[in-house]
Design a protein around this ligand. Sequence first.
Ligand code: C2E
Ligand code: CA
Ligand code: CA
Length: 528
Amino acid sequence: MPNKPRVGIALFIASVAFLAPVLASAYLAWWESCATEKALSLNNAQDILRRSEETSSQFKDAAQRLTQADLPPCSPQDLKLMRQVDLGSSYMKAVGRVAHDTLLCTSQGVTNPVFLGKPDLVTEHGVSTYFQKNLAAQPSHPLDVIAVGGFAMIVDPNLAFDISTEGPDVELAVFVPSAPNHDLVAAQGQNFLSEWFEPIDPGSQSTILNNGCLVSRVRSAQWDLAVVVATPQSYIYRRVGRFAVFFIPIGVLCGAILCLSVSLLTRMHSSFPTMLRRALKDGSLYVLYQPVVELETRRVIGAEALVRWRSRSADMRPDYFIPQAEQCGMIQLITARVLELVARDLPRFLKIDPEFCVAVNFSAADLSDNRTVDAMEQFLRVSGARPENVEIEATERAFLQSPETAEILDALRAQGFSVAIDDFGTGYSSLSCLQSLSLDTLKIDRTFVETINTDGATSQVVLHIIEMAHSLHLEMVAEGVETEPQAHYLLNHGVRYAQGWHFGRPMDIGHLCEQIHVTAAYEEVACV
Ligand code: C2E
Ligand code: CA
Ligand code: CA
């Protein structure tokens, strides 16, 4: 996959990995706040319903006792009994007798009839409620009178709401679900919406978010009573803030850990060793051959195998991946693959020219490992080539890497392979170093060939290198020959072989075979 989309995908995954826990923690804070507010609001509604139910239950007991006593209404005995009943009930302010919308007497001192007017609410069970009546006992504090069967209870409507809510804008209402308009028995607040009073099943409860309020409803199982508690949604937001302080840092921490893990995993997955292993498996590594010509005849007498890595976007240059492969200890896998490919191609070259020689680049690791000698034997078996058909190239640095290198080089030369020192002159190459190595060929680096026929300060270095090689009886291949004057100069100074764009760029096996044919034919014609 090209690098850009991969980086994009990795960034996307890392962002998701970071944001997901942060968003999850924000959602958790919201969810937790909703759950807490819902529980509080339902709790309040249940509390109010319990108080209302108990009031009703106390009134029922009172009415039963008074009915059973069957005393003349408002007689001293009746008043006495009413006072006893009143004392035993916690929610009723007083009990009394009613007839024709008139409160005749109460346990709390009403002795003269008080006309109540028309009832504000009459339920289908015959319960009449008169709201906000100023009774003699406490004229400044209006009370509700609830009457049924000639008996009345006087209640303080605020008693049901004597609970601690979160704030003054929490609205509370007790209503009669069976009444056609779901009339309110008691209420605190003015912004009720009619849909909140849609009756629910007896004994059930529900909480909904409606019109910016969290609305809890509970309905009594045995009384015709229901309660609504409406909490503004802003209370949830306030609570989210409090929960967020706790959850968000945890989310950010989890996000950071997850993001780090994802980026580590991505890096591991797209790390160089993983990519190289994949390339070795899927055949993305291949070789091109750069022709090596004999300068005098211009005949292609050999080629250098140069590895390439085919990627989807563009081929990767060995200058980029060879050093990395060396660094992570995987270069021998590349050498093995190049040898495998050259062993496959060599028979085609040898069919045209049995003397053809392919140069293969070896690294320090290859020359420090005894198994290379076995690998080269295997190479000869597989390719059917002779050792003279292969040249082993390595830089000076590779030659001097380890004490075993000299032995391995000797063994390879004993097998019949020729050995070339690559990029000569670019390191700390010296005559003494050349003398100490067992070599066959010296490859003059491109940087010196470039200076031929120029006035550059190093233009004379190539002559010294040539002299050095001559004195050591080394064969020479000049690299990076790009012009005819360069070729001419090198030939005139005793360099026999050359490679470079002037003769051919690295090419596939088909093109190289054509070039071998052409130059061979050209030479034959010249000889005739
Ligand atoms: P090198 O062994 O010195 O290979 C010669 C490099 O010079 C090649 O680059 C070739 O394409 C380039 N070249 C050839 N003629 C000319 C020319 O006239 N002008 C210019 N400007 N350049 C020219 P390439 O293929 O990119 O290889 C770069 C280096 O990668 C090689 O340098 C070699 O050190 C390494 N390499 C290539 N293939 C292998 C391999 O199979 N194994 C190992 N270990 N290293 C390899
Ligand atoms: Ca080389
Ligand atoms: Ca070279």
